[in-house]
Write a protein that binds this ligand. Structure first.
Ligand code: ASP
Length: 341
């Protein structure tokens, strides 16, 4: 059987960082050196090529231009490779990976994001296992077709659907969680693929890459005491087109008149407001409590059990592709890439 061809795309992140002794902080370093540190990659039964960002970055510096760059690398190499592994800093990995899941329509090959909490050169690094298993998952085929045909995020023995993930720990190797969806693959003595959890295999449709993302969006996390001035200034941000409102519990928000009136005015003037819960698990159930009835009445978009990361990137994507005002709410409330239940 032919070997799988895998393309590694290195964007930066802790995995390839070294200590800069002048500033005593971690900085991205040359990718070639990174590969030399993992000779085990040569033992895998697949051919691995790599490309690197010219300037690898800490993922705190990620923006939509970088997302387009990653999408373009995948698009340009789509026919030549069987799978893609994107090395990325963990801090904003869930955002980038969620964005890519929307940008890559009709994806029928694996795009696996991974990184690490400790640099590859560190004795106790988690980078090797994350990278090696990600490559193995990207190379998995069945009857000549890729097993995983979606964007995933692999960290600490689990492949998760990328747009279901959130970084939940800055210390533990288990840095990501997918509270509302089960893992796609578990890695133990054997790699166990949970087939029923994967997005169904698609009939070969041509990959469509959406590069236009609208970043005129924002996130507002509610807290008791949030004042009128703050809400007012956020809603009157020049050019603002979409807002993710992180509400309490199952989608609840204050019912004071000024709150309701301001939100009503904003939605009436065309602002797309998405209700998501600030809880780690579960989702929005409009109207379950009296404190969400007003949001339901003013047709605020129900984010269901979507993560904030997926909600903000879905907003950028749907605004970017020019979704009409008439259909926006229903399109957003539909699961496009398995991002909501
Ligand atoms: N600050 C790093 C980054 O996100 C953290 C990591 O890679 O885990 O680039």
């Amino acid at each position: 059987m032919a070997k799988s061809n895998i393309l590694l795309i290195y964007t930066g992140g802790t995995i390839g960082m070294v200590k800069d002794y002048a500033s005593d902080s971690l900085k991205a370093f040359n990718f070639k050196k990174l590969l030399q540190r993992i000779p085990e990659l040569n033992q895998l039964d697949c051919a691995i090529d790599s490309v690197s960002f010219k300037e690898p970055i800490d993922s705190s510096n990620m923006n939509t231009v970088h997302w387009v760059q990653i999408a373009e690398i995948i698009a340009e190499n789509y026919d030549r490779y069987d799978g893609f592994v994107v090395l990325h800093g963990s801090d904003t990995m869930s955002y980038t990976a969620s964005a890519l899941s929307f940008m890559l329509e009709n994806l029928s090959k694996p795009v696996i994001f991974t990184g690490s909490q400790l640099p590859i050169g560190d004795l106790r690094t988690d980078a090797k296992e994350n990278l090696i298993t990600s490559v193995q998952i990207a190379a998995l085929t069945e009857k000549g077709k890729a097993v995983v045909q979606e964007v995933g995020l692999y960290f600490e023995y689990k492949l998760l659907r990328a747009n279901r993930t959130t970084k939940i720990n800055a210390e533990h190797f288990e840095a990501f969680q997918s509270m509302n969806y089960t893992p796609l693959v578990s890695s133990g003595v054997h790699l166990k693929v949970h087939k029923e959890a994967l997005l169904p295999r698609k009939r070969q449709k041509k990959l469509k890459v959406h590069k236009s993302l609208d970043s005129n969006v924002g996130i507002l996390k509610l807290f008791p005491g949030l004042g009128q001035n703050l809400l007012q200034s956020i809603l009157s941000t020049p050019g603002l087109k979409g807002l993710v409102l992180e509400t309490y519990g199952s989608g609840n928000a204050p019912t004071e008149t000024w709150w309701t009136e301001m939100l009503k005015k904003a939605t009436a003037s065309g602002l797309k407001i998405v209700n998501v819960t600030q809880c780690a698990g579960g989702g929005v159930i409009p109207g379950q409590y009296e404190t969400s009835v007003h949001l339901k009445k003013m047709k605020i978009i129900n984010g269901g059990d979507i993560t904030t990361e997926a909600a903000i990137t879905k907003l950028m994507y749907l605004l970017g592709v020019g979704t009409s005002d008439k259909t926006f709410k229903s399109v957003f409330e539909t699961s496009l890439r398995g991002e909501m239940s």
